[in-house]
Write a protein that binds this ligand. Structure first.
Ligand code: NCD
Ligand code: ZN
Length: 344
């Protein structure tokens, strides 16, 4: 049987939620990933170092004894974020980045930024202290077509930002378009991008295959096939500025299967297995470890993980749903087969 052993991956974009929900999902990530960048879009958002450290403690308190897992905390950038908070974050051993959400762009983004110019002082402080900015790269104007929101963001916001702050390290999160791929490839070394399993595996037809598929709804929304292919090419190219970030974002099944369903796909349950499938289909499984376990660490200036994980090429059945706090969550590939299996 074919096996694949790689350095234990890191997930550079993860939503762990909180409380009972956190408790029910954290092991899925900890089994597969040594470290993860933890998104701060809780309710209320994690906006201070103190709150980030308290959240980190809550994560540790529900971790299974083994394996050992390091949450890398982030702050949620608002127009009220104090410069002192940025300086404290840069000094902290546990805060690794600041997350930018355009106001209203996605789940719990109400306190995001309304105009990028309003946070220039904070970005200045981040550039000075070498704290990376993680961007949800979509404009939110209601008159912009939802499928164009990422490419519009690049032209309107990201491109001018790079000109103004040439030393600020930026990660364009969960890229979905050939525009983003091209922009990052041609951009400066200070710019990188994360790529999710769902944007590698699915195009926008999967939102409507045989009916409306709420569990395939996420933001940025799935795109057309040519964009999916461009993102696959980027992920499997061996270019170190594209690396793994699942954007695993669980919501209760009842919140997804609703008249106004939440955005977010739960992929932590089989993320590295699904990435392996993509790399195998592209004929470059040998590049999976760079994408999953080296490039992101290098961008963040982290040491490589010493632990390993082993994947077996043996089909398994993904459950229709999993426990999630007092409810259930429907994982990516629910009720269907997954070709690679994690050896536990
Ligand atoms: C994320 C969530 O649910 O927190 N949802 C999503 O569709 N990706 C928020 C986000 O990262 O946009
Ligand atoms: Zn996210």
């Amino acid at each position: 049987m074919q096996t694949l052993t790689i350095r234990k991956p890191d997930d550079f974009h993860l939503h762990l939620r909180d409380g009972e929900e956190l408790q029910s999902i954290v092991a899925d990530t900890a089994l597969r990933f040594a470290r993860a960048i933890i998104m701060p879009n809780l309710k209320p958002a994690v906006t201070t170092v103190e709150e980030a450290l308290a959240y980190r403690e809550r994560i540790f308190s529900v971790l299974p004894d083994k394996p050992d897992f390091q949450p890398l905390m982030t702050l949620y950038l608002t127009e009220k974020t104090a410069i002192n908070e940025i300086e404290q974050a840069a000094k902290s051993d546990h805060v690794y980045a600041v997350k930018y959400y355009p106001a209203g762009a996605t789940t719990n983004a109400e306190s995001g930024v309304t105009d990028i110019e309003n946070v220039y002082p904070q970005l200045e402080a981040m550039a000075e202290s070498n704290l990376p900015l993680l961007m949800h790269g979509e404009v939110t104007d209601a008159d912009v077509d939802i499928f164009d929101r990422e490419s519009e963001f690049i032209g309107r916001i990201l491109s001018p930002l790079l000109e103004r702050f040439d030393s600020l390290r930026i990660v364009l999160e969960h890229i979905t378009t050939s525009d983003a791929v091209g922009f990052v490839m041609q951009g400066p070394e200070s710019l990188a991008a994360t790529i999710t399993p769902h944007h590698l595996l699915m195009n926008r037809n999967r939102l409507f295959s045989g009916g409306l598929r709420p569990h395939h709804y996420c933001l940025p929304v799935l795109k057309a096939e040519q964009h999916r292919q461009a993102v696959v090419t980027a992920a499997t190219s061996g270019n170190p500025r594209f690396f793994l970030g699942t954007d695993s974002a669980p919501h209760a099944q009842t919140e997804k299967e609703s008249a106004c369903g939440c955005a977010g796909i739960y992929s932590a349950h089989n993320a590295i297995e699904l990435y392996a499938e993509v790399f195998e289909a592209a004929g470059c499984l040998d590049r999976l470890e760079d994408f999953s376990s080296r490039f992101g660490a290098a961008f963040y200036g982290l040491p490589l993980n010493e632990q390993t994980v082993t994947l077996i090429n043996q089909t398994w059945h993904v459950p229709a749903s999993l426990p999630f706090g007092s409810g259930r969550v429907v994982p990516l590939r629910a009720g269907k087969d997954c070709q690679w299996q994690l050896r536990q």
